[in-house]
Design a protein around this ligand. Structure first.
Ligand SMILES: [Zn+2]
Length: 81
């Protein structure tokens, strides 16, 4: 289950909340009942949505050809007849 980090905009209190995907985001500071905002960390973003895992970038990576891989064709040798 992902852990979300929140920071209060009123008192500066920071805390983490473990929530399932279906849970609503928290909006209230447990300390002062002030407004809080969600702090996105590198870890948290990865869990946004199931089945979302980087399939796009993986596909485009393999499909991307390196230009250096294709060597130019050598000129045909003249026929010695
Ligand atoms: Zn607060």
């Amino acid at each position: 289950m992902p852990t979300y980090q929140y920071a209060c905009t009123a008192c500066g209190h920071e805390f983490e909340a473990i929530q399932s995907f279906s849970d609503d985001s928290l909006t209230e500071c447990p300390e002062c009942k002030g407004e809080i905002r969600k702090v996105y960390t590198a870890v948290g973003v990865v869990f946004k949505g199931s089945g979302f895992y980087k399939t796009d970038s993986a596909t485009s990576n393999t499909a991307k050809k390196s230009p250096a891989a294709e060597a130019p064709k050598p000129a045909p040798a003249p026929k010695a007849d």
